[in-house]
Design a binder for this molecule. Structure first.
Ligand SMILES: *[C@@H]1O[C@H](CO)[C@@H](O)[C@H](O)[C@H]1NC(C)=O
Ligand SMILES: *[C@@H]1O[C@H](CO)[C@@H](O)[C@H](O)[C@H]1NC(C)=O
Ligand SMILES: *[C@@H]1O[C@H](CO)[C@@H](O)[C@H](O)[C@H]1NC(C)=O
Ligand SMILES: *[C@@H]1O[C@H](CO)[C@@H](O)[C@H](O)[C@H]1NC(C)=O
Length: 255
């Protein structure tokens, strides 16, 4: 069951929801329970960049943003006895393969990536009733991905893979205009002797009610200890607003 796709133009509704949420968040006492979290990150990664980061068997990475994961902030591996079981998500398999592929190990059995995501993040997200099974967790992540529809929003904003550079501020402005919230955008820093960073990951933040919200911390919230993607020696980090930004179309490009 897929939600109707939102059209970028009508995303104004999110801002309304967002206002209610921050209003109530301000009055919520933060507690120190080890497995509490405040927001979810829906991380999209750009397969071409992921493939540049590691010597691996990437083959023809998809040229669309795919899901990296759905991550509660501030907590990991909440239940080590709740093992991944691919049979539980067999109904989701075609969408999983298409939208949540293991970009780095395209020729291998892909379930390792999902197992990792479930055990590290899903078992924590499962404190929410709407995410408290593997089928619900992966199914809801796919649903949010379709709902956000990042690929078409970027296209509509004229932001597509290119051999020329983008201004990070232009990308941010386009996304904020569409969504009413600011995602967290991660880049591969410039290689030695180069001046441009490479966009690699776009993370949208959601409240526990699964409404889009800004990724920046609200008053009284700690910044999360965020797991950044590290592969070999290369690592994604928050993009600089001032460096030119490369949005590569092919792995071989620009090496
Ligand atoms: C951890 O997962 C197991 C297996 O699903 C479940 O029986 C148990 O209740 C869970 N523990 C907690 C603390 O949620
Ligand atoms: C995996 O899930 C299926 C379907 O829910 C279930 O029948 C099977 O027993 C599970 N396997 C394990 C090892 O828990
Ligand atoms: C992947 O591995 C799992 C468990 O190791 C197995 O059940 C499944 O059949 C494998 N899938 C493929 C496509 O090889
Ligand atoms: C979210 O961030 C955007 C851009 O920084 C800002 O304009 C907006 O007011 C923020 N919304 C909330 C609810 O904080």
């Amino acid at each position: 069951m897929k939600p109707a796709k939102l059209h970028c133009w009508f995303l104004g509704c999110f801002s309304v929801a967002l206002c209610c949420c921050c209003a109530s968040d301000k009055f919520t006492q933060s507690d120190n329970h080890p497995h509490t979290w405040k927001k979810l990150y829906l991380a999209h990664h750009w397969p071409v960049t992921v493939c540049k980061m590691s010597a691996n068997d990437c083959q023809d990475p998809p040229e669309y943003w795919t899901i990296h994961g759905l991550w509660p902030d501030k907590t990991e591996e909440c239940n080590r006895t709740w093992h991944f079981n691919v049979t539980e998500i067999k109904d989701l398999m075609s969408d999983m393969r298409r939208y949540w592929p293991d970009v780095l190990h395209s020729s291998l059995n892909r379930t390792q990536f999902w197992k990792h995501e479930w055990e590290k993040h899903g078992t924590c997200a499962a404190t929410l009733q709407v995410l408290n099974s593997q089928k619900k967790y992966f199914g809801k992540a796919l649903e949010l991905y379709q709902h956000v529809d990042l690929n078409s929003c970027l296209l509509k904003a004229g932001i597509k893979p290119s051999s020329s550079y983008y201004q990070m501020t232009a990308i941010k402005e386009a996304l904020t205009r569409f969504y009413g919230v600011m995602p967290k955008i991660q880049c591969l820093p410039p290689e030695e002797g180069e001046k441009a960073q490479t966009i690699g990951q776009i993370e949208f933040c959601f409240t526990k009610e699964l409404q889009l919200r800004n990724c920046t911390a609200l008053k009284g919230e700690n910044e999360p200890v965020q797991a950044d993607l590290k592969l070999g020696t290369e690592e994604l980090s928050v993009c600089s607003d001032t460096l030119p930004t490369y949005y590569p179309s092919q792995v071989q490009d620009h090496k």
